[in-house]
Design a protein around this ligand. Structure first.
Ligand code: GTP
Ligand code: MG
Length: 434
């Protein structure tokens, strides 16, 4: 039985002039509710119907998915009408008169979740898929939307028998001499923990890819910052000249470069200047340093250190990557590039090492990727680490409670604990009609 069943409706496409607009209606017994407007067609067969209300006559393509074999698990009707925003609003108002209320953002998916049609992890992936801005982000979200990670099933398969053994040891242990074989438990956990550590590395990288990497480009004037900015952005976005002090403002661009979703910041060259505009530009570098996930500090090959860059970057050392530019002009150690010539392989390798722990973006397909998910995975790993460190002689209550803790983390991860807080956080990020 669906948990919620009052009929809801929402536009599933943006309210903009377009060829087609899609409206969704979900609820139990939609045949009755919608009877004054249309007779429902054969299930899952696109069928033309003329919708008549308040003097409007709209030819609509209608799709009917009877519950429970529908996205929401209840009756679902999709109406494809002409993409006039006013027409769509009039139809929604009329549906309101028939007792179909406007859905909250994400309410269709919330019902899908409550009716067991979808898991929380898949729903989070769907939200990310709709919000994705780059190819990599779309691929990652698609991989997560498809299926629950297999390691979750494997973990449950390992934990289930141990939970019953631990319970038995707690309930009957003393009377009937049932002990818990901690050594065998630790052995079983070993394989799981190795897998979990791989998942942790993959998900740390996946978080960067999902959120996009804020990359600041700083250095002295003429270090080649704007040239690199343009090369990464794949277009002529910033002015490049051989005059030092060309860039005065912070320029920002979002792009994907070699599988890395980036938010790039080009900045004014760091130097003491009499020029008022340039001074203002240099002052803005600080904000970029604060905001960035990683700062590329460019120094032309053969140039010595410069004092202003050193002092400006000192508080941010932990996130600075030193990069030698103009590699076409001389030999350099470390990460060396020639942006003008498009020679950026060393930078690619260094970025992937620093941000993805050396993983390729494709290696993160299917990994957990949100803050919520990764926190729960970390907690799960912590519980298993504690279990593996237990003394042979400890009372069975301790492993029993740790095993239950690990199980609870898995349930929170997949949303099977039905916690409202996770659902509310998720659906506040959804668009209408999803
Ligand atoms: N040979 C060579 N020239 C480069 C390279 N990168 C940049 N240049 C040239 O160096 C000059 C300065 O480049 P920009 O990208 O404007 O330098 P910038 O760091 O943005 O300079 P400011 O905006 O003044 O701080 C331009 O004439 C570029 O064509 C490179 O890798 N090799
Ligand atoms: Mg510049």
């Amino acid at each position: 039985m669906p948990a919620v069943s009052d009929p809801i409706c929402a536009p599933a496409t943006p309210l903009l002039p377009s060829a087609v607009a899609v409206l969704r209606v979900s609820g139990s017994d939609l045949a009755d509710t919608l009877a004054p407007l249309l007779s429902l067609p054969e299930p899952r067969k696109a069928t033309l119907r003329t919708l008549c209300w308040e003097g409007f006559r709209e030819r609509a393509l209608v799709l009917f998915f009877p519950g429970p074999s529908s996205y929401t698990g209840e009756d679902l009707v999709e109406l494809q009408v002409h993409g006039n925003p006013l027409l769509v609003r009039r139809l929604l108002t009329h549906l309101g008169r028939l007792g179909v209320r406007q859905a909250e953002p994400g309410e269709f998916t919330r019902r899908a979740l409550l009716n067991g049609k979808q898991g929380l992890l898949e729903a989070e992936a769907l939200r990310d898929l709709v919000a994705a801005e780059t190819d990599t982000q779309i691929r990652l979200a698609q991989a997560r939307a498809g299926a629950q990670p297999t390691w979750i099933h494997e973990a449950r398969a390992v934990l289930t028998p141990w939970m019953s053994r631990a319970e038995a040891a707690v309930d009957y242990g003393e009377d009937e001499g049932i002990g818990l074989d901690l050594k065998a438990l630790k052995n079983d956990l070993l394989r799981l923990r190795i897998g979990f550590h791989v998942e942790q590395a993959r998900s740390r990288a996946a978080i960067h890819l999902r959120e996009g990497i804020r990359l600041g480009i700083v250095g002295r004037p003429n270090a080649g910052k704007s040239t690199l900015f343009n090369a990464l952005a794949g277009g002529d976005r910033a002015i490049v000249t051989d005059l030092p002090g060309t860039t005065r403002d912070v320029l920002e661009v979002r792009c994907e470069w070699r599988g890395l979703p980036l938010r790039l910041f080009d900045t004014a060259g760091l130097r003491e200047s009499e020029d008022r505009v340039e001074q203002l530009g240099v002052a803005r570098v600080g904000a970029v340093l604060e905001e960035a996930d990683l700062v590329l500090h460019l120094t032309p090959v053969g140039d010595g250190p410069d004092g202003l860059s050193e002092t400006t970057l000192a508080p941010f050392r932990g996130k600075v990557l030193e990069v030698s530019t103009f590699a076409d002009r001389g030999k350099a150690s470390g990460v060396a590039i020639a942006a003008l010539q498009g020679d950026l392989d060393a930078l690619e390798a260094a970025l992937k090492e620093r941000l993805l722990g050396g993983l390729a973006p494709d290696a993160c397909l299917g990994a957990l990727a949100t803050g919520r998910q990764v926190e729960l995975l970390d907690e799960l790993v912590r519980q298993l680490d504690l279990l593996s460190a237990l003394d042979e002689g400890c009372p069975p209550e301790v492993p029993a409670s740790l095993l239950q803790g690990a199980w609870a983390q898995l349930a929170r991860l997949t949303g099977e604990d039905r916690a409202d807080s996770a659902l509310d956080a998720l659906f506040s990020g959804f668009c209408l009609g999803k």
